[in-house]
Design a protein around this ligand. Sequence first.
Ligand SMILES: [Zn+2]
Ligand SMILES: [Zn+2]
Length: 389
Amino acid sequence: MKRLTSLFVMLLVSASAFAYTTNKIVIPDIEGYKTLKGDFHIHTIFSDGKVWPETRVSEAVWEGLDILSITDHIDTRSRKWIKSGIISSDCDSDTPYKLARKAAARQDLILISGGELSRNRPSGHTNLLFTKSNEKIVIEAEKFNDDNAKATEAGFKEARKQGAFIMWNHPHWVKYSPNETVIGPVQKKFLEEGYFDAIEVYNAECGYSPEAHDWCLKYNLAIMGCSDAHDLMFNKIDYMGGGHRVVTLVFAKERNVASVREAMNEKRTAVYADEMVFGREQELKPLFDACIQVKNVKWSKKGVSCTLENVSSIPVRITKAPGSEGYRYTRYIIIPPFSTIRFSAQPLSNTGGSASLDSSVRKVVANIFVENFHIGANKPLKTAIKFVR
Ligand SMILES: [Zn+2]
Ligand SMILES: [Zn+2]
């Protein structure tokens, strides 16, 4: 069946120059680290999702993910759903992880336990990742059912005892932030007390939050992006049209749980959503170098040229940046996934006309902006294509 699907995808690709060659997200490793793709926020029938945990595992493997964390709502409401629905009453908020773990054991997928502590305002929703017992967290939170901020804090304290990693979810959700995305007094307290390790800068339901991106930079938090899917992935994503789920990229030393956690603690993460990448300069610069490979460099009197090969699923958009005024090169380039383009830089005379490249010139630097790699709110990555002979 999988082979048939691949064949179908390949046939579609041959019909459209811009279609993708695979349903799997392909992003190369960067210098010193493996680039792992993870979804750290997703729901199942164990809260308000529509699919079983095992299905979440299959979907993740199909899309080429390395890491998955099923994060059903862990609160009184979900516990009532579990106990009143089609699910056996001996299940609890740790059951989805146990079921998914069995399925993931047969697959090449890193599964991380977690839950979404979804108290109402003013505390809002948070994901607790790498938990040992979601049930213990719910029990602690429920002791303060008449005060959401206290309930959340009690849940955080138990989560911390378990060594959990805490992400502030969708701070830009219009239901809780109808006019503007701000750090409310409760979140300010949580930030100051060091509870937050990460913010969900991109949530597939709410989109991108430039404010949250800048808060991650300001407060040194991990930049995360997640699907928060409740429905079947195939109902949400137009895979045949080249779509993919929102993923967090984790730049890990090894492909295992301990290395994923170490990378997240050290904030070596980024987000790949739609055709955009959001992160920090120190990760996005090497990521660009890994995705766009400079090959077949040729020097001549006219200038220097090369092939730029995109070895990733990410379409890359480049514009000319200041600092290379002595050279003429195309001001706007799109390099589609898995494709190559020719790129050349030609020297200019003082009057702006063509000049010949002196053989004594050993280095040419073509400064560029990578328009779809953002290292802050509305801030494209500035880097360069460098030629040395
Ligand atoms: Zn939520
Ligand atoms: Zn959610």
